[in-house]
Write a protein that binds this ligand. Structure first.
Ligand SMILES: NC(=O)C1=CN([C@@H]2O[C@H](COP(=O)(O)OP(=O)(O)OC[C@H]3O[C@@H](n4cnc5c(N)ncnc54)[C@H](O)[C@@H]3O)[C@@H](O)[C@H]2O)C=CC1
Length: 431
């Protein structure tokens, strides 16, 4: 399945052969309301905005990275056009691929650009890139993506870039993109192939309980059709029967349970198809689909450091899972949870957290209500501490993650001891 990008390119000489693959989410059908989901967990994941990425110092990096960034900077002002043209090319030239994507493509649009920026930003940082792409490769199995689809995506990607970066595009730049895409696609294809040997592409799960905690937050518990291995602090993707091929990420709200059940905290957000369906439509007996587990916001059981956990809104879900995980390991490490919400009505899971606090002397839970405290969650930690012996966990809306990173660094926790979900999607959620 080696292919060439030749046909897709405009100026410049012939292409390098390529073993294709899509950038991050190009074949992934995702989504809309960015707030409806959170994403890939990474330890001290690089969080930068598209604007920052586009204006990153152009002079640093390998020759390929410089060429890639140059093209990115050129297309940044017309990102929407590039994305539309890319999908138009893909579906016209490869109509068989259309069925891998959701019926409504409007929400798909900016994911490609984000994925490109992420890949371009990290092209020199193999460790981060490989982790990210392996995850994507595994995650693409549930969309029905196969190795032979990747060349088509590569062709159309280069086709779209060469058209909109025409002012700077040349043979050298094209070769750099081809090399990058070849690497990217191969990592994804290999990860998917390895995963195929040990796990299904997706799981079916039946909703067993549906607990509406506030007018727009539900705790949904499901029973997967076969064992679902995961770690506390991870997340999965969820597809409902009402919106085929539209997947959203949700963190597991409990550590793995002996009865195999999984639970999620879902907030219905404006224009959030999946979240509204899960909160307002789903009932026990309904069947949803789950993708594989992902994310590295997990407890490091090799250390005895304390855990400082910040959970904002439904971001408390994985924090609860982490607390249960520490309890199950009998570690008795200090765990300090700050649970932030806009009003006291939004503290929908405070009873559970307080019950956990009662059972575990090493656990402290503090509710921070914006209105009452006159400050947002991350600032609250400054009044406590010292925190230099703690690892930190951040879970919540993108703006909270950003200001949480700053607050944590200010109180002496280095970024390599801070874990949180989400790289580029947090950014795209536009805090
Ligand atoms: N693993 C993760 O990171 C998870 C993330 N989430 C995300 O958490 C969000 C939850 O939404 P809601 O419940 O509506 O939360 P929300 O928007 O009501 O915020 C909850 C609290 O976080 C703090 N906060 C919010 N924005 C902030 C900012 N810009 N700077 C500092 N602090 C800020 C405030 O204290 C606020 O009360 C969603 O975006 C969801 O995708 C949800 C579950 C897991």
């Amino acid at each position: 399945m080696v292919s060439s990008l030749a046909g897709a390119t405009s100026p410049g000489p012939a292409p390098t052969a390529l073993t294709p693959a899509p950038f991050a989410s190009t074949l992934a059908p995702p989504p809309t309301a960015a707030a409806e989901q959170h994403v890939s967990a990474q330890r001290h994941a690089p969080v930068s905005s598209p604007e920052e990425a586009a204006t990153a110092p152009a002079e640093e990096g390998s020759p390929d990275a410089l060429l890639i960034r140059r093209a990115m900077a050129e297309v940044a002002p017309v990102a929407d056009k590039v994305t539309s043209y890319f999908y138009a090319l893909l579906f016209v030239r490869h109509p068989d691929l259309r069925s891998l994507f959701p019926a409504a493509m409007d929400t798909q649009r900016d994911r490609l650009l984000r994925a490109l920026l992420t890949a371009a930003e990290h092209i020199d940082n193999k460790e981060v890139l490989v982790d990210y792409l392996q995850n994507l490769g595994r995650g693409h199995r549930k969309y029905g993506t196969r190795a032979e689809h990747y060349p088509a995506v590569g062709e159309c990607l280069i086709g779209a870039l060469s058209k909109y970066a025409a002012g700077v595009w040349n043979a050298e730049m094209e070769a750099a993109w081809v090399r990058a895409y070849t690497t990217i696609s191969q990592v994804m294809i290999d990860a998917a192939a390895a995963d195929e040997l040990r796990a299904p592409a997706w799981w079916y799960a039946e909703i067993v309980t549906h607990d509406l905690r506030t007018p727009d937050v539900a705790v949904v518990t499901v029973r997967p059709d076969q064992p679902y291995p995961f770690l506390a602090g991870q997340y999965t993707s969820v597809e409902t029967p009402w919106w085929p091929r539209i997947w959203r990420h949700y963190s597991f709200a409990s550590a793995p349970r002996s009865d195999g059940l999984l639970s999620f905290h879902v907030k219905a957000v404006p224009a959030g198809w999946v979240s509204n369906a899960l909160v307002h439509r789903a009932r026990p007996g309904d069947i949803i689909r789950l993708g594989p587990p992902a994310g590295s916001m997990t407890v490091d059981h090799t250390t005895e450091s304390g855990l400082l956990c910040l959970g904002g809104g439904t971001g408390i879900a994985p924090i609860k899972a982490l607390v249960e995980d520490v309890a199950e390991h009998g570690d008795r490490r200090p765990v300090e949870v700050f649970y932030g919400a806009r009003t006291d009505h939004d503290l929908y899971d405070i009873d559970t957290m307080l019950r956990l606090q009662q059972s575990h002397p090493w656990l402290s839970v503090r509710a921070i209500i914006d209105q009452q405290a006159n400050q947002q969650l991350p600032d609250a930690i400054r009044a406590y501490g010292p925190w230099n012996e703690f690892d930190a966990y951040l879970s919540g809306p993108p703006g909270m993650i950003r200001s949480g990173m700053n607050a944590l660094r200010d109180v002496g926790i280095p970024s390599d001891r801070i874990r949180h979900d989400s790289v580029e999607e947090l950014v795209a959620a536009g805090s």
